[in-house]
Design a protein around this ligand. Sequence first.
Ligand SMILES: Nc1ncnc2c1ncn2[C@@H]1O[C@H](COP(=O)(O)OP(=O)(O)OP(=O)(O)O)[C@@H](O)[C@H]1O
Length: 286
Amino acid sequence: MNQPVVLLEHVYKYYNQVPVVQDLSLEIASGEMFGLLGPNGAGKSTTIRMLTTLTSPSQGRVAIADYDVVKQAQQVKRHIGVVLQQISVDPDLTVWENMEYHGRLHHIPNPERQAVIRQYLDYVELNDRRDTPVRNLSGGMKRRLQIARALLHQPEILFLDEPTVGLDPQTRRRLWEIVRDLKSQGMTILLTTHYMEEAEFLCDRIGIMDAGKLIEIGTPESLRQKHGMALVVTQSESDRKLSYKFFPDFEQANTYLEQQPDKRGMMVRASNLEDIFVELTGRKLD
Ligand SMILES: Nc1ncnc2c1ncn2[C@@H]1O[C@H](COP(=O)(O)OP(=O)(O)OP(=O)(O)O)[C@@H](O)[C@H]1O
């Protein structure tokens, strides 16, 4: 692995004595795109909040580019760009004013500031909207503005918390293009998502969180290989419930199917990340 630029070592976070992140250890290499998956309340946002200095870990070490997020928060902030779930751009300011405000916060001097604002608005195709108040932008445009703003101080690591939630499929795909392009430029990216295709399409590695714990980690392909590339799905005659049985490959799944005296309600198909998630947690992603 390249030098890890995101590091969590035995991290715990408690709210009112309740652990919402438990013994989380994770290393993300420079240039890697890592996806954190998990159902609501799994602790993904809390993990991102710790990594981005918005909340402190209760226990354990969290570091970005070797800077401790608690003791060296200012240095950490210089290295990271953050796009949170809630749209955090000011609705009353124009697109340009939002960028300008953020640029000043990061002490980017003029004329460089004007140049990078133009550059990143161009990058997310919002230059023609520069004088539009943010409240009049579509959801996808707001998200693009958030990304442009997060990039303004040229961070090396980008955090995206549910970047495409609530967006229509075309807009989601446009954002995927941007995220992949950033990766191709060498950016390290950690994103959280509920969308399985998003994780499979974008991420080099995936971590599955449940109830505050990292319960699985690997490449999408390695997770499928580990749990089984093929499935026999059976729908019960009586209550219509589906059950899933993993097999290492299609041949073995088909052999199993052929051996069944009653094949009604049974089919073989390729496994996917969602199947693995359900298998691991007994819950469905929503
Ligand atoms: N400030 C807080 N005070 C108390 N409890 C909190 C706080 N923030 C989060 N929690 C709790 O911590 C747990 C983890 O929440 P978190 O938002 O990290 O989960 P998540 O995996 O990001 O879920 P989602 O997909 O819904 O965003 C939840 O039970 C949540 O209610």
